[in-house]
Design a protein around this ligand. Structure first.
Ligand SMILES: NC(=O)c1ccc[n+]([C@@H]2O[C@H](COP(=O)([O-])OP(=O)(O)OC[C@H]3O[C@@H](n4cnc5c(N)ncnc54)[C@H](O)[C@@H]3O)[C@@H](O)[C@H]2O)c1
Length: 262
């Protein structure tokens, strides 16, 4: 996809990876850019910087997502690229409170479903469009220290695969963005990015660069950290050996997966 003169929406666009996507999309010449986030102040600041439009959006609300899509589509322009990028991470295992599991499901998975519900019929009717869903390397491998993040990011990858398979023949393009550690609010305070940072912390603009390249090449998987491809191959070719390796990695980190032991 060539971004010039396109209409793009980025959820979670106020900070971190989403803000970097907005800046990079603006540099690529998008015509309309909507910076959608719960964080109204930073959404406004990013929108002002990139010549975009801020939108207050809670992606946990299916009606709010539908209303935003409807509003942009009918008042401004058909949406060419919708980035479901907002995401949250909670440390812990099965003891994680149900309310936190629900929040992770809604933000990390259902928001992608609700966006697709509003967008897919419209995009198919005009012959195509692109969905970029920010998942994580945790959705292909796992997240040491967070069951809810691992599970919901896997589900998000699964949903995107299904969309690509089902609607690809009708012109819908779907990509999953699966980075390892990136220096944002989400990883702040976890020295070296915690366990996800074993291959080093990436800066958000580098991730955005990989996204523009991946979108241009219409790749399903966008992997800013190239090591992830190798890990996925290892996991697929010998799962028991891979689990053993991950157990050794787990042993190097404390229970929340955020701090190195010793
Ligand atoms: N930082 C990393 O290491 C890393 C690695 C892999 C994947 N990711 C994923 O990248 C995406 C962006 O994360 P980030 O690292 O930039 O973190 P971040 O915390 O800097 O940004 C997340 C943004 O999402 C917004 N948001 C959260 N809940 C929302 C809601 N209910 N409605 C609307 N907006 C909401 C926040 O206000 C924030 O602006 C997430 O999906 C995250 O899971 C991050």
């Amino acid at each position: 996809v060539d971004l010039k003169d396109k209409c793009a929406v980025v959820t979670g666009g106020a900070n971190g990876i989403g803000a970097a996507l907005c800046r990079r999309f603006a540099a690529a010449g998008v015509r309309t850019l909507v910076v959608a986030d719960l964080d109204e102040a930073n959404a406004r600041a990013v929108a002002e910087e990139v010549g975009g439009t801020p939108a207050l959006l809670d992606v946990r609300s299916p009606t709010a997502i539908a209303a935003l899509v409807e509003h942009i589509w009918s008042d401004t322009a058909p949406i060419d690229l919708f980035c479901s990028n907002a995401g949250i991470a909670v440390a812990g295992g099965p003891e994680t409170a149900d309310a936190q599991w629900t929040a992770c499901w809604e933000v990390n998975v259902m928001a992608h479903v609700w966006a697709a519900r509003a967008l897919v019929p419209r995009m198919l009717a005009r012959g195509g469009g692109t969905l970029l869903n920010t998942c994580s390397a945790a959705g292909l491998l796992t997240q040491i220290g967070s069951a809810s993040y691992s599970v919901t990011k896997h589900a998000a990858v699964g949903f995107a695969e299904w969309l690509a398979i089902t609607y690809g023949g009708q012109g819908l393009r779907v990509s999953v963005l699966c980075p390892q550690a990136v220096r944002t609010q989400m990883t702040a305070g976890s020295e070296g990015g915690g366990v996800a940072g074993v291959n080093g912390m990436m800066e958000p603009p580098e991730v955005a660069e990989a996204v523009v390249l991946g979108l241009r090449e219409e790749r399903f998987q966008i992997l800013p950290h190239p090591e992830v491809h190798e890990y996925v191959l290892r996991k697929a070719s010998d799962i028991d050996r891979w689990i053993g390796g991950m157990q050794r990695l787990q042993a190097r980190f404390s229970a929340d997966g955020m701090h190195r032991k010793g």
